[in-house]
Design a protein around this ligand. Structure first.
Ligand code: FES
Ligand code: FE
Length: 417
C-alpha cells in the first residue's frame, strides 16, 4: 500500500519555490489535507468574545468536520464534534446562541454543554451494557491564546503556545487594537468562492497584489490615507514565523500601536479625536484613534485564520474547489461607541460585502482556480524575493512570496509526515 493514495505524492507538489497544479485541483489531495492537516494541528474555532457568557455557543469547523464551541455553566469552553452518538445527526444547526443543552432532533438524545450524554428517550430498550458515560459528544483538546480559541483532534500535539511560537508576539501587538479595552468581535459576514482554500491562504501575506487588485480601494481614499497604503517601496517586510505562520508588515510605523502616540492625527480621524476629547485625556484619545485605524501588518496563522490589519479572516475548506470565508469585525469591549462605529465603517469600506477590497480579492482567487484548469503541466510560482535571516525566520521584501513559501513548507511537512 503506497504511503499516499493520491497521485502524485504531496512531497513533489511543492519544490520550495514552485507549486504544482494538482494542489488546487486534485480531490485526493484535498481528502489527504483534511486528514493530515486539519485533524493533526491546532485549528482556530472561535474568539472568546463570540461566546462571552455561560451557555453561549457557536458552530465552527475543523476542515470539513462540524463542531460546536460552547461555554459551560462553570465558564469553561468545550469544543465538540457536532455529531450525535446515536446515528450521527448534527445536534445543532443554529449558528450561534444560548442554551442549557443540545437535543438531537432525530430521536431526542440530550447532551450537556460539555458534551456529556444526559438522557435518551425510552432507555428501557437498551441493554444493561448501555453506558451513557461513554456516549457523550466527541470532545476535542482545546486551548486559547489572547482569546483566540483553537481545537485539535490530535491529543498528543504540542501546546498551542509552542505551535504559535514567534507568532504570539504579533498576536499580542494585534490585540493592541483594543486601545487598552479587551478586543471583542462585532459581527461577521460570510461568503464563499469557487476556489481551493490555499489560494486564500496565499493571499494574506501577499503585498504584491495590493496596488493592482486594490486600485479601486486606493482611489476611494483621501490623499493622506492613499499614501499610507502605498507601501510597496517602503521599509516593510514579510517574515516566516515557523510552523506555516507568517507576518507581512506593510506600514512599519503601525506595528506597535502605542509607539509614537504624539505623531499627528491623520485628517480622517480628526472628527473622532474631537469627539473622544470630551471624555478622555489626550493620551487615551490618541491611543484609541490609533487603535481604530488598525495594525500595520497581516498575520497568517496556518492553516485557517488571519489577523488581518483590523479583523479576523477565517477560511473553511468545503471541497477541493470551494472555500467559505468569514470576515469578523473586531472592536473595543466597553470602548467608546464612536470609536467602535468608525471601526465598523472602516471594516465595511474594505472587507464588507459591498466593500472596495474583498470583492476584488475574491474575483482574482476565482480566476486563479479557473486559469489553473489550463495547461496543467505549468507551475505556479512562489519564488519572488530573496530571503535573508530575520528576527524569527527567513525575511524578504514586503512584496516577497516568503509567506507562501512558509505555508507550503509546513503543508509539505504535514502531508509527508
Ligand atoms: Fe441523534 Fe438518533 S441520531 S438521537
Ligand atoms: Fe487583497
Amino acid at each position: 500500500m503506497p504511503d499516499h493514495p493520491c497521485s502524485p505524492a504531496p512531497g513533489a507538489l511543492f519544490t520550495g519555490s514552485r507549486v504544482k497544479t494538482p494542489m488546487y485541483e486534485d480531490p485526493a489531495i484535498f481528502a489527504e489535507e483534511m486528514d493530515r492537516i486539519f485533524t493533526k494541528t491546532w485549528v482556530w474555532v472561535a474568539h472568546a468574545s463570540e461566546i462571552p457568557d455561560k451557555g453561549d455557543f457557536k458552530l465552527s469547523w475543523l476542515g470539513t468536520q462540524p463542531v460546536i464551541v460552547a461555554r459551560d455553566r462553570k465558564g469553561e469552553v468545550h469544543v465538540m464534534v457536532n455529531r450525535c452518538r446515536h446515528r450521527a445527526a448534527t445536534v445543532c444547526e443554529v449558528k450561534k446562541g444560548k442554551t442549557s443543552s443540545f437535543q438531537c432532533p432525530y430521536h431526542g438524545w440530550g447532551y450537556a454543554l460539555d458534551g456529556g450524554l444526559r438522557g435518551v428517550p425510552n432507555p428501557e430498550q437498551y441493554g444493561a451494557d448501555f453506558d451513557k458515560a461513554k456516549l457523550g459528544l466527541k470532545t476535542l483538546r482545546t486551548e486559547s491564546y489572547q482569546g483566540m480559541i483553537f481545537a485539535t483532534f490530535k491529543e498528543t500535539i504540542e501546546p498551542l503556545e509552542d505551535f504559535l511560537g514567534p507568532a504570539r508576539k504579533w498576536i499580542d501587538l494585534f490585540m493592541k487594537q483594543g486601545g487598552r479595552y479587551p478586543v471583542k468581535t462585532m459581527g461577521e459576514h460570510q461568503f464563499s468562492f469557487p476556489g481551493n482554500w490555499k489560494i486564500q491562504l496565499e493571499n494574506t501575506t501577499d503585498a504584491y497584489h495590493f496596488p493592482i487588485v486594490h486600485k479601486s480601494f486606493l482611489r476611494s481614499l483621501d490623499e493622506e490615507a492613499e499614501k499610507t497604503f502605498t507601501f510597496l517601496d517602503g521599509a516593510g517586510f514579510v517574515e516566516d514565523l515557523g510552523n506555516g505562520h507568517s507576518v507581512m508588515v506593510m506600514i512599519p510605523e503601525l506595528v506597535d500601536l502605542e509607539d509614537n502616540l504624539d505623531a499627528p492625527i491623520p485628517e480622517r480621524f480628526q472628527a473622532l479625536a474631537e469627539e473622544l476629547r470630551q471624555s478622555h485625556d489626550e493620551q487615551q484619545v490618541r491611543r484609541i484613534v490609533r487603535a481604530v485605524g488598525g495594525s500595520g501588518f497581516n498575520l497568517n496563522l496556518f492553516p485557517n485564520v488571519a489577523c488581518s490589519m483590523a479583523f479576523f479572516r477565517v477560511l473553511r475548506p468545503i471541497n477541493v474547489k470551494e472555500t467559505a470565508i468569514r470576515h469578523i469585525a473586531i472592536g473595543m469591549e466597553g470602548g467608546p461607541e464612536a470609536a467602535n462605529r468608525m471601526r465598523l465603517r472602516l471594516h465595511e469600506h474594505f472587507q464588507g460585502p459591498m466593500g472596495f477590497g474583498s470583492p476584488d480579492d475574491s474575483e482574482v482567487w476565482e480566476r486563479v482556480q479557473r486559469g489553473a484548469a489550463g495547461a496543467r503541466d505549468l507551475d505556479i510560482l512562489v519564488n519572488r524575493g530573496e530571503d535573508s535571516p530575520g528576527d524569527d525566520g527567513p525575511r524578504g521584501h514586503v512584496s516577497a512570496e516568503t509567506g507562501m513559501r512558509a505555508a507550503y513548507t509546513m503543508w509539505k511537512r504535514m502531508m509527508s509526515a
